[in-house]
Every structure is written in structure tokens, then in C-alpha cells.
Design a protein around this ligand. Structure first.
Ligand code: PGA
Length: 262
């Protein structure tokens, strides 16, 4: 497993979620090499690339440094056996993934339940992976009901996860209404700050204060070069989960540089 710095309070984290992109292994290789080039020499930021799992092994082989880690976009909770189409934590680890995104809203939209998410979180954490648990409300309402929705989602997704696993956990707050849009339609730093306090309080109620404060909180949802500075300076976050902007090496490189300066 590669060494990463997010336990270190000073190190921020920028995670690229490539989703089901790009089209071919050779395009994935090109994109990875371009990103590697763009972030060469940047300090104080750990970068994690989460490509489609089919490309992961090959990208891992292209890289021997420690600045970049790799992650999967999902994982199954069983260790092995007759589960066609699934991959276990040890399988994704064996091709180089030390992180795994679990409970992304796009998977939840395909039917993944909080219960399934919690089983995946437990299995991946037990296998020693760093789990990026995604939570986020679909929409907001004036009366603040979305806060209860979010609280329920976080608590249910962490059902049965023991405090001893908190060190494996990262939370990605990704309001669904902000995903795949543009910087000016995303949340702003002050609003994000309120949400990180809210999420931190829920984590404290689950894990206790000491452990809860060890869990990094990331933001995702149209994080772009145009808004990450405001979000990192005012949002009280530890980094970003970046979707569309991670498919353009220039934008992604800019995001990593801005975070390193902040
Ligand atoms: P976006 O995606 O940056 O394209 O909004 C973020 C995500 O879905 O993780």
C-alpha cells in the first residue's frame, strides 16, 4: 500500500473520480501520464486516482512514486466466491487500490441501499482500505428537512462500523444537486462550512470526539479550478473528490496546485 499523508493534519487530499471514463485503456494511460506531469513537484497534497477498475492495474504499473495513490470506485462485501461481476476488497487491493469510493450517489441512484453501503464500508475497512464514503442530499428545502435526510444517510451507511475503523474512513460530502454542474452552481465556502460542522457532529455522535476528528471530510460536486480556493479556505474541509474536472489534466492539475497553496 502506498504511503499517503492525509493522517498528517497538514496534508490535503485531492481524489479523482473518473467514473466510467475514458473510453479505452490507452486514453486512460495518456490521461494518467498527463496528470502525473501536471502535478510533478506539488507539495502538501496527496492525490488519489480512481479510474475504472479495469484500467487500474496498468496505471499502477506506470507509477513508482508515493505522491499518487490509487482507488477503486466500488467494491463488494464478500471475500470471494460466486458473485458474478463483483470484486472483493483484496482483489482491488491486489491491483493497486488502497482507497475505495463507496456509496457514490450515482451508485445509490442505481439502487444501492444504505445497508449495502454499510456492508461494503465494513468489508473494505476490515481489509485495511481507506474508504471514501459518499453522502449528500438530493435536494434542499427551505425548512431544512434535507439535514435529517443527510443525518440518516450517514448514520445508516456507518451502521455497525466500529470506532476502531474510523481511522480508515473519509467522508465525501457530495450534494447531488451540485454534481456534474459548474463551479457557480456548486455550494460556496460558507455554506460548506456549516455542512462540515453538521457532519462532524454526527460523526462525533457515532464514534466519539477523538475518533470523529480523525476522519477527513472532503467536498465533491463541481469542484473546479474556479471554486476550490474559496471552498478550501472557508469550508473547513480536508480536500476534494473531483469528477468531471479530473478528466482534464489541466483543470485537475490546477486544482491540485490551488489546494497545495491554500
Ligand atoms: P463532479 O463529480 O465533480 O463532476 O461534480 C463529483 C462526483 O460525482 O464525485
Amino acid at each position: 500500500m502506498s504511503k499517503i499523508g492525509w493522517n498528517n493534519k497538514k496534508a490535503k487530499l485531492v481524489i479523482a473520480n473518473w467514473k466510467m471514463n475514458p473510453n479505452t485503456a490507452s486514453e486512460a494511460k495518456d490521461l494518467f501520464l498527463e496528470i502525473k506531469e501536471r502535478i510533478a513537484g506539488v507539495r502538501g497534497v496527496s492525490v488519489v486516482i480512481c479510474p475504472p477498475i479495469v484500467f487500474l492495474g496498468e496505471l499502477r504499473r506506470l507509477y513508482s512514486g508515493s505522491r499518487i495513490s490509487f482507488g477503486a470506485q466500488d467494491v463488494f462485501w464478500e471475500k470471494k466466491g460466486s458473485f458474478t461481476g463483483e470484486e472483493s476488497p483484496s482483489q482491488v487491493k491486489s491491483v493497486g487500490a488502497s482507497f475505495v469510493i463507496i456509496g457514490h450517489s450515482e451508485r445509490r441512484a442505481l439502487g444501492e441501499s444504505d445497508e449495502e453501503v454499510s456492508r461494503k464500508v465494513k468489508a473494505a475497512a476490515a481489509a485495511g482500505m481507506r474508504v471514501v464514503l459518499c453522502v449528500g442530499e438530493s435536494e434542499r428545502d427551505q425548512s431544512g428537512k434535507y439535514l435529517a435526510v443527510l443525518e440518516r444517510q450517514l448514520k445508516n451507511s456507518l451502521e455497525g462500523v466500529s470506532a476502531s475503523r474510523a481511522g480508515n474512513l473519509l467522508i465525501a460530502y457530495e450534494p447531488v444537486w451540485a454534481i456534474g454542474k459548474s463551479a457557480n452552481e456548486a455550494i460556496d465556502g460558507a455554506e460548506l462550512h456549516a455542512m462540515t460542522i453538521f457532519l462532524r457532529k454526527i460523526l462525533v455522535s457515532i464514534f466519539g470526539k477523538k475518533k470523529a476528528f480523525q476522519v477527513p471530510i472532503l467536498y465533491g460536486g463541481s469542484a473546479e479550478p474556479g471554486n476550490v480556493e474559496n471552498l478550501i479556505n472557508f469550508g473547513e474541509i480536508d480536500g476534494f473528490l473531483v469528477g468531471h474536472a479530473s478528466l482534464r489534466s489541466k483543470s485537475f492539475g490546477e486544482i491540485v496546485r490551488i489546494v497545495s497553496r491554500s
